[in-house]
Design a protein around this ligand. Structure first.
Ligand code: NAD
Ligand code: UGA
Length: 458
């Protein structure tokens, strides 16, 4: 039986792969093909060893792959056969030329637009899945419709709000799906096609529509607001440490106000991930472009506090460990930017590991899913670093443990045994506030949480 629709996604990354797997899983009537320029990534998507770790992803892929979900490198063929094309290529921070270090690097996006124009033989709906600067849809449309083409392209904005580690849950039961379109009759028609796809499993009231610029901007603003909450609570953690207050108690008291809400108020060593920093910097760049200096400075403060928090963590370790880390063995618990993912992009652990190596500490890194990425991230960094799978083995002979990632396995280790095998005095720096500080202190550890008075034996 022919498929009701042919959907293509260009970009088989953290967003393209899981999102398309969910559409295929929920909608067997559609054929969904995911293409990428990276043949190794595609081979992994076609294997039992998927290129990303995400709880629940294996089952969803296994159910749909080969039935109506296909991964391929045949981009030309994919474009020709499809009527809806999601574009989910990477949009990192530009690291050259004008706007370096701030603006979004749109080269992958631009290339994709040109490929779609080159290979298309029929009308298409193009869906922006990548996170993009406001007004990118206009540039896309201009690339697609320039020259003498008789084809029509409708560009929609459909930003993705999934978080890593909970991607499948977020895709299956999203808070909202946002679709921005041009407000012409044709734009509304295209929008309704996309609404119909999501309506296969997302309740209609959660599918919201808007004009295209609002949709593009909402994605940057949503990430900026989330990151702002973390920087807000992290800034207060510094004050709590001075004032003998407890940041978790403060966050609880503040978060119970229903106008504020309790989520995203966990003080930490800093936020990481591929998007928060890049999206805020992109927002700052756009504000500067429109000469909104005060607005730009306000949002840039969110990133600055995050840098401050990481640096504060390092300097605290150095100071309490008697102002020298040289030759001391220090174990990092976790390297991923958050729990339940192997992703280490912009992980605070990268900066902290490098700074500890600069202080000539001997690093031992353990993480249940991110050791391969950690090795890549620290390739070329000068200093001693070893990677040990088992956290108990990793801590033997260490002077200190620094918790970088909130993996739940770290909550239930045999800390009595760990303490016995560590060098004394033994320190724990809990960069995620996930451990039982009181109990650890009673075992003999000197404990340094985030935003709480330390528990020491001297
Ligand atoms: P990613 O780097 O994991 O994947 C992007 C993929 O696009 C890569 O596999 C790359 O090879 C491929 N690609 C690049 N140019 C191509 C081309 N011309 N043709 C075919 N394939 C091409 O990136 P990601 O994390 O999936 O992010 C993609 C976009 O989604 C970004 O804009 C990001 O900001 C946004 N986003 C990411 C997340 C997340 O959790 N990672 C969440 C929401 C939104
Ligand atoms: C974030 C957003 O939550 C998603 O909605 C968005 O789609 C995505 O960025 C994106 O655009 O890429 P993600 O970065 O995967 O998702 O993960 P988060 O759960 O937001 O965590 C980001 C960072 O903040 C992590 O390092 C996490 O440990 C840290 N964090 C989070 C805190 O330090 N404290 C908190 O209270 C919450």
């Amino acid at each position: 039986m022919p498929f009701k629709r042919n959907i293509l996604c260009i970009g088989a990354g953290y967003v393209g792969g899981p999102t398309m797997a969910m559409i295929a899983f929920k909608c067997p009537q559609y054929k969904v093909t995911v293409v990428d320029i990276n043949p190794e990534r595609i081979a992994q998507w076609n294997s039992d060893d998927l290129p990303i770790y995400e709880p629940g992803l294996d089952q969803v892929v296994r159910a749909a792959r080969g039935r109506n979900l296909f991964f391929s490198t045949e981009i030309e063929k994919g474009i020709q056969a499809s009527d809806v094309i999601f574009v989910s290529v990477n949009t990192p921070t530009k690291n050259f030329g004008a706007g370096a270090g701030m603006a979004a690097d749109l080269q992958y996006w631009d290339k994709t637009a040109r490929e779609i124009r080159k290979y298309s033989r029929s009308n298409k709906i193009i869906v922006e899945k990548s996170t993009l600067p406001v007004k990118t849809a206009q540039a896309m449309e201009r690339i697609l419709t320039c020259g003498d083409t008789a084809l029509s392209f409708d560009v929609l904005s459909n930003p993705e709000f999934l978080a890593e580690g909970t991607a499948i849950q977020d895709l299956e039961n999203p808070d909202r799906v946002l679709i921005g379109s041009s407000q012409t009759a044709q734009g509304i028609c295209a929008r309704d096609v996309l609404v119909e796809i999501y309506a296969n499993w997302v309740p209609r009231e959660k599918i919201i529509t808007s004009n295209i610029w609002s949709s593009e901007l909402s994605k940057l603003v949503a990430n900026a607001f989330l990151a702002q909450r973390i920087s807000s609570v992290n800034s207060i953690s510094a004050l709590c440490e001075k004032a003998d207050a407890d940041v978790q108690e403060v966050a609880r008291a503040v978060g119970m106000d229903s106008r504020v809400g309790a989520k995203f108020l966990n003080a930490s060593v800093g936020f990481g991930g591929s998007c928060f920093k890049k999206d805020i910097l992109n927002l700052v760049y756009i504000c500067r472009y429109y000469d909104l200096r005060e607005v730009a400075d306000y949002w840039e403060g969110v990133v600055k506090i995050n840098e401050y928090q990481k640096e504060r963590f390092i300097l605290n370790m150095l100071q309490v460990m008697f102002n020298t880390l040289a030759g001391k063995k220090i174990c990092l618990f976790g390297f991923a930017f958050k729990a339940d993912t192997g992703d280490t992009r912009e992980s605070p652990a990268i900066q902290i590991a490098k700074r500890l190596m600069e202080e000539r500490a001997d690093l031992v890194i353990t993480d249940p899913k991110a050791i391969d990425n950690a090795k890549e991230d620290l390739k070329g960094a000068i200093g001693n670093v070893t990677y040990v799978e088992d956290p108990l083995d990793a801590t033997a002979g260490c002077c200190a443990i620094a918790v970088m990632t909130e993996w739940s396995l770290y909550k239930n280790l045999d800390y009595r045994e760990i303490y016995r095998k560590m060098a004394k005095p033994a320190f724990i720096f809990d960069g995620r506030n996930i451990l039982d500080h009181e109990a650890l202190h009673n075992m003999g550890f000197n404990v340094f949480p985030i935003g709480k008075p330390p528990l020491t034996h001297f």
